[in-house]
Design a protein around this ligand. Sequence first.
Ligand code: ADP
Length: 182
Amino acid sequence: MSKNLVLLGPPGAGKGTQAARLSEDLGLFHLSTGDQLREEREADTELGRRAGAFIELGELVPDDIVVAMLLGRLDAERVDGFLLDGFPRTVAQAEALEAGLAARGKELDQAVLLEVPDEEVVKRLANRGRQDDAPDVVRERMRVYHEATEPLVGFYADRGLLARVDGTGNPDAIYERVRASV
Ligand code: ADP
């Protein structure tokens, strides 16, 4: 049976890499809000222009914009089983997802948390070199992660949906743990 999953973790935790493999293996539709926002910017859409200002500062794009974008995409693709990467990032987004899925007769099966210490993440991002990986922007993204996104750990634990995975080590070893957790 197809699953509806979310992948959580700090910036640079390797969510994109792991999500690509897991969605391929399980036949799930992989949706990354970060990738989707970068595509909107690339295409210079109204949404992309609004989002760009937040992304460059390491701030979150406002919940209403991201929620509408994500649910719109899920509807457009009529997906059967999905893996979300980079969403939700706030409790408000998680609540909107829960309500949006319920309205569509769906629900989440699991939230997988990739755990990576701050020092490790900062090192990885320094090597990645994306525009929003500049040191001061990374510091802000980490601050925002701890403040706005980490409360989702409790949110999903309370619902019995949380699986914690050690996100350190080589990507293959991490993937084995991710795969075993779902
Ligand atoms: P990373 O996981 O390394 O932070 P992402 O590609 O997931 O990279 O996100 C890059 C940026 O896009 C974030 O810093 C934020 O500005 C914006 N963004 C992505 N997803 C969301 C979301 N769900 N809510 C708000 N902003 C988002």
